[in-house]
Design a protein. Structure first.
Length: 287
């Protein structure tokens, strides 16, 4: 059987007891290592699990899945995913390959905490969230803005938008690749400040009042860990905010922001007086 096991958000201790039992008895254990990362390294996981762990990068999962699924119709294989297996990043393709395998490989999923639910720590109601969007690193000649349209749709309903921030793990250096050499760039993790800055930059071009400088937002970092940070303010303020090490996410507040949500979130505000003023002017009772 292939077990797809969610590890939660922070460290090796967030795995469920049931998941840990499966990891310790499985023939092989893979850790999906390209869509998200835990706040601890591979060695710490292995010490806690009492098992060796095989890192599964994008190439292995997408192009060499036969290696992962080998003999999984008769032995137990554990495939570990940071967060929840089918929340922020789906692994349905791997499950489909199990169904299509000859003979079919039975699968089981063990859920865990996800940023999609942990973001409730901001005080914003999960019922008031719309579509989740992703923000990628901009380059000088590539600044995709499709996220803007999804946020605009959420805005029409007054809903909050969770923005998942780009990470680059084991990315090839394109200049080296052009010379026939495979060299990987150092890992990069987008910060709340960079995300907020890029949103404001796109607003200056699109000008539909979707993510302007005075839109209220909440930045989060390392949710679920002992060192989690939550900071609220305008996008302009968050563009200068330092929330420390990764992983970061951002929530753009919708007009449906209830008084109770405001009262909770304001405790995280960089400038509480300014946060209150903008909420009362642009959000209170607007939807």
């Amino acid at each position: 059987m292939l077990y797809v096991i969610g590890l939660g958000l922070a460290d090796e201790r967030d795995v469920s007891t049931k998941g840990l039992e499966i990891i310790r008895r499985a023939e092989r254990v893979y850790l999906e290592s390209y869509t998200a990362v835990l706040l601890v390294d591979q060695q710490q996981l292995e010490a806690y699990y009492g098992r060796s762990v095989i890192l599964a990068d994008r190439e292995m999962v997408e192009s060499q899945s036969d290696e992962i699924l080998a003999d999984a119709h008769r032995i137990d294989v554990a495939f570990l995913v940071v967060g929840d297996p089918f929340s922020a990043t789906t692994h349905t393709d791997l499950a489909l390959r199990c169904r299509q395998h000859d003979p079919p490989i039975p699968t089981r999923t063990l859920p865990n905490a996800s940023i999609l639910t942990a973001v409730g720590a901001t005080g914003l109601s999960l019922y008031n969230f719309g579509q989740t969007v992703s923000m990628v690193f901009f380059t000088d000649d590539w600044k995709p803005d499709s996220f803007y349209d999804r946020i605009a749709e959420n805005n029409t309903l007054g809903l909050h938008t969770l923005v998942l921030l780009d990470i680059k793990v084991k990315e090839p250096d394109l200049k080296a690749l052009a010379r026939g050499k495979i060299i990987y760039e150092p890992p990069r993790f987008m910060s709340v400040a960079q995300c907020a800055s890029q949103m404001v930059e796109v607003e200056e071009t699109r000008q539909q009042s979707v993510c302007g400088k005075e839109k209220l937002a909440i930045g989060v970092a390392r949710l679920g860990s002992d060192g989690e940070r939550i900071v609220a303010g305008t996008l302009q303020e968050l563009s200068d905010a330092d929330l420390g090490p990764p992983l970061h996410s951002l929530v753009l507040c919708g007009k449906r922001m209830h008084e109770m949500e405001w009262e909770y979130a304001r405790e995280f505000a960089i400038d509480r007086e300014g946060f209150d003023r903008i909420w009362k002017r642009d959000y209170a009772g607007k939807v």
